[in-house]
Design a protein around this ligand. Structure first.
Ligand SMILES: [Zn+2]
Length: 471
């Protein structure tokens, strides 16, 4: 078979995360509900736009906003016709050479199945035009002696629409893959808007500290109907020398958790306090680290297990001796930790019996409650030392004739060295502080009337719906 082919669906949505992100970007740019609905005419229109933007970026002077888009292209396609240091600066010449990349399949050329979608392809591409291909750190490695990867027109366009559908920074791009396509589309839509801002205003046009995780959390939050859906963020740089790929994931229950937070005033307050605690400003008051972005980041877990967890961040906030919380703020942060543990991590341990033993001991043991609370704090996260303290509390309370409700099966998950026991101990500490607060035992909290702040107004709207416009 040869000749210029009119494919049935000129663009497919494949399982490759980069092709997928690019295909969604094409759908958004063409205003189609899904990539498979894009027509050849749509693809021609997207190509015109891609070529115009690439030519603008490749011929832009250093320091201009348009040059920022060139940096994005450089991070993705470092040796391409658009980014090579020896590229022509003549716009007409550039335009022809860039447009060639997206030409229809050539008549008479040998056809091979497209690497991504299997459609007949005559063009063969490699690393300079395909991010993360053909390097030793790649998702895909080319066998020796093979000239490149066959890529059909739809997938070639998708792989260059990729920076529109990805979250981009000066030196990296991040794409989202999700079990539910609507979240991928939402992620692409926001990024297409951000791409326009970067092209017009440069990276200065984006809010300071904004991150891919925030855009992804928003996309997961806005799923209609609400469904459990795991999501993966793939961040990468297609560097000549040192390409890298970093993968983080959310658990399936995260969309439900986010919706629950948004629909519940106490959890919303907890999330807002978490966001605020993570915001950093320079000495002029300008945001340097965005709290909403950092909070969203805690929903994503790194493959190597080295990411910070939401539970540990909340634990740190609740136990920080330099912070005084209002009772309702402490309760909101604790509730957020419990809800995440139960709904997202699936923890079902009943912590109340052991928390009661510790709270009883702090309240009624010998010496001052403040001293015993400090003693508990110092051992709270250590399996062995916590076990020793529990034993001591148990004896003390029994000798004093108090009833001790906790049984060995309640202790067991808290004093063992096993996965998630660490988080269980953190949650136990939050429980203990909750009980002490309920009983009116002083734990260094603020009086309710001490604080008046704009938190009430902020709570009126969704804590995830921060439009990523200029700050
Ligand atoms: Zn293809």
């Amino acid at each position: 078979m040869s000749g210029v082919k009119e494919a049935v669906a000129p663009l497919s949505l494949t399982s490759h995360p980069l092709q997928r992100a690019g295909a969604w970007a094409v759908a958004v740019l063409a205003d189609r509900p899904a990539p498979q609905g894009a027509t050849s005419g749509d693809l021609d229109a997207v190509v015109s736009r891609l070529v115009a933007d690439v030519v603008n970026a490749a011929s832009a002077g250093k320091g201009t906003a348009a040059y920022d888009w060139w940096k994005v292209l450089f991070a993705l396609y470092p040796n391409s016709k658009a980014t090579h240091s020896k590229r022509s600066r003549d716009r007409a010449v550039l335009e022809v050479s860039i447009a060639e990349m997206f030409a229809p399949e050539l008549a008479g050329e040998p056809e091979r199945p497209c690497t991504f979608c299997g459609a007949a392809a005559t063009a063969v591409w490699a690393k300079s035009t395909l991010p993360l291909f053909d390097t030793n750190k790649a998702l895909n490695t080319l066998p020796p002696g093979v000239p490149g990867w066959p890529v059909c027109r739809g997938c070639r366009i998708a792989m260059w629409a990729l920076p529109y559908g990805a979250w981009v920074t000066v030196g990296s791009a991040t794409v989202l893959s999700c079990e539910v396509g609507a979240a991928e589309r939402e992620f692409a839509e926001r990024n297409v808007r951000n791409a326009q801002r970067v092209m017009q205003l440069g990276f200065g046009g984006l809010p300071p500290g904004a991150r891919a995780e925030q855009v992804a959390a928003h996309a997961l939050r806005s799923l209609q109907p609400l469904l459990p859906a795991a999501a993966t963020l793939w961040s990468f740089k297609n560097d000549n020398q040192d390409p890298w790929l970093r993968v983080t994931q959310t658990r399936r229950a995260v969309p439900l958790f986010l919706a629950r937070v948004d629909g519940n005033a106490e959890l919303r307050l907890g999330w807002l306090l978490l966001q605020r605690s993570l915001t950093r400003r320079d000495k002029n008051g300008q945001v340097t680290t965005s709290g909403p972005a950092e909070a969203a980041r805690l929903l994503f877990e790194a493959e190597d297990g080295r990411s910070r967890s939401l539970i540990s961040q909340l634990h740190y906030l609740l136990q920080d001796p330099d912070r005084a919380w209002r009772a309702r703020d402490r309760a909101a942060l604790s509730r957020l930790a419990f809800t995440y543990a139960e709904e997202v991590l699936g923890m079902k341990t009943d912590l109340k019996p052991v928390a009661t033993v510790i709270a009883d001991w702090i309240e009624h043991g010998s010496g001052s409650p403040r001293g015993r609370l400090a003693e508990y704090r110092s051992v709270a996260l250590n399996d062995y030392r916590l076990g020793a303290l529990l034993l001591q509390a148990h004896f003390r309370l029994t000798l004093d004739g108090r009833e001790v409700g906790a049984q060995p099966q309640h202790w067991e998950p808290l004093i063992q060295q096993r996965p998630r026991a660490w988080e269980q101990r953190m949650l136990l500490a939050a429980h203990v502080l909750e009980l002490l607060r309920e009983r009116g035992v002083a734990v260094n909290d603020k009086a309710e009337e001490e604080v008046d702040d704009p938190v009430e107004q902020l709570l009126q709207k969704s804590v995830f719906d921060d439009e990523m416009g200029p700050a």
